[in-house]
Design a binder for this molecule. Structure first.
Ligand SMILES: Nc1ncnc2c1ncn2[C@@H]1O[C@H](COP(=O)(O)OP(=O)(O)O)[C@@H](O)[C@H]1O
Ligand SMILES: [Mg+2]
Length: 204
């Protein structure tokens, strides 16, 4: 089994959005998928409760699952302010950590602290867990996008793409669906923005 932790202590950075897109993509790959929701707000589990049963199955739990079939993927959605025992447990379970972040200065400042904390963690230092960034709600051709690119260069963490700001993700929430449930030809541009991240999480 493989566990992917989606984390950024800043609220509203896009964690739940990324977690449900990843879970959906793996479900379409016909992998057994566990969506572990560590947030008390339970947005991911509420989203899952809306999911029509005609779409590929995703199972959900309100905590990390230790044992799953060998081909299973666990996607862990974490709360804002992740710290202490919950952070330690999530870190221990994770094979990969995806850090979604928005490009604005407040987000860059908040995330910089988190990167320092991560870099100090034994599992990260020993290379037992890989960490990468995903830009969320990034509008290309803005000064903020350029500032974000400079920040990423300094952060010494790989950037696995940037996802545009679009109502698409918002409108799919109440339907229990995600981008990968939609026909690819119509959403080619959006599918494309996830490709580098999907390659990274699929690496054995
Ligand atoms: N790429 C995007 N374009 C537009 N809205 C987005 C995008 N990604 C996330 N959002 C919206 O931003 C808000 C915060 O995202 P969310 O995934 O809930 O963050 P977190 O789980 O880190 O608090 C949500 O309402 C979500 O729908
Ligand atoms: Mg959330």
């Amino acid at each position: 089994m493989q566990t992917i932790l989606v984390a950024n202590p800043k609220g509203g950075s896009g964690k739940t959005t990324v977690a449900i897109q990843l879970a959906t993509w793996f479900a379409w790959q016909r992998r057994p998928v566990m969506l572990a929701d560590l947030d008390r707000q339970q947005s991911a589990l509420r989203w899952l409760a809306q999911r029509p049963d005609t779409f590929p199955v995703i199972r959900g739990r309100d905590g990390i699952v230790d044992r799953l079939p060998a081909d299973a993927v666990q996607v862990v959605d974490s709360p804002a302010g992740l710290h202490g025992k919950l952070f330690d447990a999530a870190l221990q379970a994770a094979d990969r950590i995806v850090v979604p972040m928005q490009p604005a200065a407040f987000d860059r400042w908040a995330s910089a602290d988190f990167f320092t904390r991560l870099a100090d963690e034994k599992r990260v230092r020993k290379g037992k867990v890989d960490v990468a960034l995903l830009g969320m709600r990034v509008n290309a051709r803005t000064q903020t996008a350029r500032d974000f690119a400079a920040f990423v260069d300094d952060a010494a963490l790989p950037l696995l793409g940037t996802i545009r700001d679009t109502q698409l993700y918002v409108q799919l929430q109440p339907r229990g669906l995600a981008l990968f449930d939609l026909p690819r030809p119509r959403f080619e541009r959006d599918y494309g923005q996830w490709q580098v991240l999907l390659n990274w999480v699929s690496r054995p």
